[in-house]
Design a protein around this ligand. Structure first.
Ligand SMILES: NC(=O)c1ccc[n+]([C@@H]2O[C@H](COP(=O)([O-])OP(=O)(O)OC[C@H]3O[C@@H](n4cnc5c(N)ncnc54)[C@H](OP(=O)(O)O)[C@@H]3O)[C@@H](O)[C@H]2O)c1
Length: 282
């Protein structure tokens, strides 16, 4: 039977490349993005290039939890089972931006959306064969730690540290889910894709945008290489049953010391739950 995979941030970069290759493998795909026109065009392109007709677009602004809840409702109506959820959408914001729901935007997009989709789609991922949840993190998580007095880092906002912390959260969240839901049959893993020549950073202006552009020209790997670990974790039999690991270049590797502190992983989950509950969306 065809497996179903839902990928966030699938309209560009690593997410789109992951979608292309999983489409070629015959997956039934749900592509999540914030731009419906771009989404429709990516769906047509992938169907044309792969001959796989089972590709749909789902709209969500993943930095807004109300929008993520609407997505959850739509996904539950559309699919009985999700075999693979790839939490991939993420961005770096050089300046402090707050969402209409009152969250710092890096934190909302890069962490809260992963948390929200995982939490509210877990029931249907459990029907997967077996279910896999994959969180795209980054080596940028190294040399950062969380500040539970100001979990969103609003009081001293700087773009890169905020991005690094959000990517540390992705790893800590993965490890905590692995422990909490180990009896669910679902596996939880995370990864660093490499420094990839995607559209990453283009949402910024001036120096912040141009410096990333130059670095990408000099050092970045292409999208095909950059999507390899996401595709491996989504579809390879090698990782069936493997859970609670951080991967780089398709190999399980150590993440930072801070990421393994179990008390902090638990605290992060509880703090996130509290913030989400305060929104009273459900
Ligand atoms: N590129 C790298 O070197 C690198 C390194 C380490 C980790 N990563 C991680 O890899 C993941 C993918 O990044 P990428 O490099 O592929 O970046 P990208 O090319 O900029 O793609 C990001 C994707 O996320 C979508 N997105 C952004 N904001 C969104 C929102 N509010 N709601 C819904 N979708 C949204 C974008 O939509 P649009 O198409 O509308 O823009 C796009 O589809 C991120 O989690 C990033 O942190 C990247």
């Amino acid at each position: 039977m065809k497996k179903t995979c839902l990928i966030t941030g699938a309209t560009d970069g690593i997410g789109k490349q992951t979608a292309l290759e999983l489409a070629m493998q015959g997956f039934n795909l749900g592509l999540v993005g914030r731009n419906s026109e771009k989404g429709a065009s990516v769906v047509s392109e992938l169907i044309h290039d792969t001959g796989n007709n089972s590709i749909r677009f789902h709209y969500a602004d993943l930095s807004i939890m109300k929008s993520v809840q609407n997505l959850v409702d739509e996904i539950k109506k559309t699919y009985e089972t999700i075999d693979v959820l790839v939490n991939n959408a993420g961005a770096y914001f050089s300046n402090l931006k707050m969402t209409d729901e009152g969250f710092e935007k890096t934190f909302a997009l890069n962490h809260l959306s992963y948390f929200y989709l995982t939490t509210y789609l877990l029931e249907i991922v459990k029907h997967g064969n077996p279910g896999r949840i994959i969180n795209v993190s980054s080596t940028a998580h190294k040399n950062t730690e969380l500040d539970f007095e100001d979990i969103q880092g609003i009081n001293y906002y700087k773009g890169w540290p905020a991005y690094g912390r959000s990517k540390l959260m992705n790893i800590m969240f993965t490890y905590e889910c692995h422990r909490r839901f180990s009896d669910s049959g679902v596996t939880f893993n995370c990864l660093h894709p490499g420094f990839v020549d995607s559209s990453f950073g283009n949402n910024n202006l001036g120096f912040a945008k141009n410096s990333i552009k130059i670095a990408k020209k000099l050092f970045a790997i292409d999208l095909v290489k950059g999507a390899k670990t996401s595709i491996y974790l989504s579809s390879s039999d090698d990782v069936a049953g493997i859970s609670g690991k951080y991967f780089d270049k398709c190999k399980a590797v150590q993440s930072s010391k801070a990421s393994y502190i179990e008390g902090d992983q638990k605290k992060l989950l509880e703090a996130t739950e509290e913030l989400i509950n305060s929104l009273q969306i459900n």
